[in-house]
Design a binder for this molecule. Sequence first.
Ligand code: NAD
Length: 290
Amino acid sequence: MTVAGVKNICVVGAGNMGHQIALSAAIAGYKVKTTDVNQEILQKAEQFVEKYLPDRVAKGKMSEEVAQAARSNISFTMSLEEAAKDADLVIEAVIEKLDIKHTLFRQLDEICPPHAILATNSSFIVSSKIAPVTKRPDKVCNMHFFNPALVMKLVEVVKGPHVSDETANTVMEVCKSMDKVPVLLKKEIYGFLVNRILAAINKEAFYLYDMGVAAYEDIDTAVVYGLGHPMGPFRLMDLTGIDLAYYIDTERYQETGDPANKPSPIVVEKFVKGEWGQKSGKGFYDYSKK
Ligand SMILES: NC(=O)c1ccc[n+]([C@@H]2O[C@H](COP(=O)([O-])OP(=O)(O)OC[C@H]3O[C@@H](n4cnc5c(N)ncnc54)[C@H](O)[C@@H]3O)[C@@H](O)[C@H]2O)c1
């Protein structure tokens, strides 16, 4: 299937990433069905759409026509079957746990039409770990958006050894049609491009914090004003989710057995306390007053 064949997109998982990926696709003109197992999250996603589109129009950043079309292009349902049954492309954005993704991709493989591409937005799980649970491994690939997905242009498209040229090309073209800037990884590698670079920065930031060299606020300040990054590693982790950092490091540690991959003690502490960042109102920083 070429990009011209992609009309209906299903986004599974309406959390941090999913609701914005879904809306980006709806703004680009795709018919998007968004689904989640958590009704509250799904309602929040719909409320977000209802606020975001008029806000953009009011700010003069989007025409009324585009906003109305986007609103009618996007729908929300708790039923995976309903969301995925006529999808040409599925973008999965559920929690970063391999067993959950396996169960989901098995279901999607049953529900979706045979031509449908099943993409994962996973930050670290390469699609060759997911593809074998389906009967269409050539159509299962990584399509990695960045947070916040409505703003961030980059998408990493990863062509694992099982992914067909056609699938990779179609996903690249879909990204471009969504006004994104896709890059193609010709090989699967853990963490892809950006998260590998980010992991190196985070590791050093945690080391400096654990050694008592500086407070995490000051480490963030140093990165912002010394390196010109829009935010430091601790604030970024609040945005992306400390729970996500915990799951990623834990899974990597279980996989490799390398203690260097263990989550940092401060991440474990925050995870256990439920201080997961912006989504929980507190992480390294306090968001309760916003
Ligand atoms: N947070 C980030 O900055 C970021 C960036 C890029 C990629 N990712 C990746 O995106 C994925 C989602 O991350 P997130 O931060 O949006 O997580 P999140 O916890 O905010 O959202 C995940 C959503 O998936 C839902 N869910 C769980 N199991 C489900 C199922 N079987 N069917 C339908 N919905 C289900 C949950 O209810 C939740 O609403 C992960 O794979 C993560 O690695 C995250």
